[in-house]
Write a protein that binds this ligand. Structure first.
Ligand code: DSN
Length: 419
């Protein structure tokens, strides 16, 4: 049995061996496979300790010093630290650390600045946007009139001319930038100018890249945006959860939208985990990590191009690469399945102007947050690209099993969560 889990795990094993077994096998899955999902990472043990702590037992509706229940004096300290660390790390005027997730942070942003039926302008989903940026099956698309902008067909970069023309035409209350599968940097200064021109709130959903901002590896949207929402578990390497930064003038609206507008009691153990992660982000070690994530993403994209695939928008400036894999003769769905069989975990992803349906796709998205945390570098990225290319090229189970042994040998050299 792994000695990674502490004494409480022995009690769990006795009480509920079925769930204990799941925890162990998931740990093993993470340790032995290649984790290339661009939105996943391995948190520190300190973050995990905060998540699995006594703070999980406490209800704390309200905000530090203004709670609805008694007994909040200790959890108040954790939330206060998380807020102060977030403001200091990002140079933000206001921080709300309570959202349970990125999606719920976004619900609060809509609630703070818009009313149902209002027009919002956001990046189109097939070009890399997010479910909460106006998908017809999401609250955002059902309750708001979400217009979209996309990327140019020639260079697959955000079409700022289209964005401006659309903004002038539809006069949105709010313009959202940020995406889940956009490998390039976003020109926040340009978007601020457009927002000012049309009188729109500038909202940046920074979930994917905020960790790179925290590590000072890419420019920050914070000086430009009215509001920045994000998750804390991607490159940022914190606990699963959400957060919102805002200009001081929007502080009351954001806080009211989060509680009581959108959720009840905050998850205080997650807030403690956020505080721990934010302190980690302020270290030189994390700043090196953030830069290495990009170095590795560039190396992985280049190596996959050498294997015959095409990097959308010509490469990457962030933690992820979106690969057009039509040259391989298989769809994103098939590539995802074949890599999965070989112990390489990534996801199929639509590419801009994709002829395939979203459930099939012509692309895959690969990210380097997790492998970089493991300590892998450009040489390993080259090896990973070769493993991916070999896995995609065949439907032969025996070959996939062979590649899996090579994946296990590679991950064994970069162990995570050892005793
Ligand atoms: N599921 C996240 C991602 O993988 O990008 C977005 O919410």
């Amino acid at each position: 049995m792994s000695t990674f889990y502490g004494p409480d795990f022995q009690a769990l094993t006795k009480q509920d061996p079925e769930i204990a077994a799941v925890l162990l096998s998931e740990l093993k899955r993470q340790q032995t496979n290649l984790q290339l999902i661009a939105s996943e990472n391995f948190t520190s043990r300190a973050v995990l300790a905060a998540m699995g702590s006594s703070l999980s037992n406490k209800y704390a509706e309200g905000y530090p010093g203004k709670r609805y229940y008694g007994g909040c004096e200790e959890v108040d300290k954790a939330e206060f630290l998380a807020i102060e660390r977030a403001k200091s790390l990002f140079g933000a005027e206001h921080a709300n650390v309570q959202p349970h997730s990125g999606g719920s942070a976004n619900v609060a942003v809509y609630q703070a600045f818009t009313k149902p039926g209002d027009t919002v302008l956001a990046m189109s989903l097939p070009h890399g946007g997010h479910l909460t940026h106006g998908s017809p099956v999401n609250f955002s698309g059902k309750w708001f009139n979400v217009e979209s902008y996309g990327v140019r067909a020639d260079n697959e970069l955000i079409d700022y001319d289209e964005l401006r023309d659309k903004a002038i035409a539809v006069k949105p209350k709010m313009i959202c930038s940020g995406a889940t599968a956009y490998p390039s940097l976003i020109d926040f200064e340009k978007i601020r100018t457009i927002c000012d021109e049309v009188g729109a709130i500038m909202w940046v959903d920074a979930a994917h890249f905020i960790g790179l901002v925290a590590g000072k590896a890419i420019p920050s949207p914070v000086p430009y945006a009215d509001v920045v929402s994000f998750t804390t578990h991607k490159v940022l390497r914190g606990p699963r959860g959400g957060m919102i930064l805002a200009k001081a003038e929007h502080a009351a609206a954001i806080d009211k939208a989060v509680f009581p507008g959108m959720q009840g009691g905050p998850i205080m153990s997650a807030i403690a985990g956020k505080a721990v992660a934010l302190a980690e982000c302020a270290t030189p070690g994390y700043q090196k990590y953030a830069k290495d994530v990009i170095v590795n993403a560039k190396a992985l994209a280049a190596a996959l191009e050498s294997e015959g695939m095409r990097a959308v928008s010509g490469g990457t400036q962030t933690h992820l690469a979106l690969m057009d894999i039509r040259s391989t003769g298989v769809t994103g769905k098939v590539a995802d399945e074949r890599c999965g069989a070989a112990g390489i975990v990534m996801n199929k992803n639509s590419i801009p102007y994709d002829p395939e349906k979203p459930a099939v796709t012509s692309g895959v998205r690969v990210g380097t947050p997790a492998t970089t945390t493991q300590g892998m570098g450009p040489a390993e990225m080259k090896q990973i690209a070769s493993l991916i290319a070999r896995a995609i090229a065949t439907d032969d189970g025996a070959t996939h099993a062979l590649i899996k042994t090579e994946v296990h040998a590679l991950t064994a050299r970069f162990p995570i969560y050892q005793a």
